[in-house]
Design a protein around this ligand. Structure first.
Ligand code: FES
Ligand code: FES
Length: 168
């Protein structure tokens, strides 16, 4: 018996996309396999590690816990959508580079999307806030010090860019 499919219409990184997928297709798999956006990584596949985090209408979600069919009509931002159209890195991406916030990089897309959303809500974090911001994401390389530093640096860069009138 062939599997039932559903057509889903989304905006992904600002572009309207339409895909027909099995009704049980996870959003993470739809992004990676159907749309080719392999920047979103999959670790635990049960909502623990945060590697698969994307933004759904601006809010961070575990894409391994959502069916693609349930996000019909919504806006998804993946790590590929964080940089500006001219290639300028998002402040969080620049901060990870500045602070050496990644080792193997597997967890990094999830940290980037998570922190980007966190700073929208909390633009002036202190060290405790930075720890809280990343506490839901696992890095198996245990490099949290530099990731925490990157949260603070990203906030600083965002303020600098705002003062300069540059897009963040
Ligand atoms: S792969 Fe989704 S939380 Fe780990
Ligand atoms: S940088 Fe290796 S898992 Fe996070």
């Amino acid at each position: 018996m062939s599997e039932q499919t559903v057509t889903v219409r989304l905006r992904v990184n600002g572009t309207p996309r339409e895909l027909t997928v099995p009704v049980r297709r996870l959003l993470s798999d739809a992004l990676r396999h159907d749309l080719g956006l392999t920047g979103t990584h999959v670790g635990c596949e049960h909502g623990v590690c945060g590697a698969c985090t994307v933004l759904l209408d601006g809010r961070p979600v575990r894409s391994c816990l959502l069916l693609a069919a349930t996000v019909d009509g919504q806006e998804v931002t993946t790590v590929e959508g964080l940089a500006a159209d001219d290639g300028t890195m998002h402040p969080v991406q620049q901060a990870f580079r500045d602070c050496h916030g990644l080792q193997c990089g597997f967890c990094t897309p999830g940290f980037l999307t998570t922190i980007a959303a966190y700073l929208e809500e909390n633009p002036d974090p202190d060290e405790d806030d930075a720890l809280e911001a990343v506490s839901g994401n696992l890095c198996r390389c245990t490099g949290y010090q530099n990731i925490k530093a990157a949260v603070l640096r990203a906030a600083e860069l965002t303020r600098q860019r705002a003062a300069e009138g540059a897009p963040s």
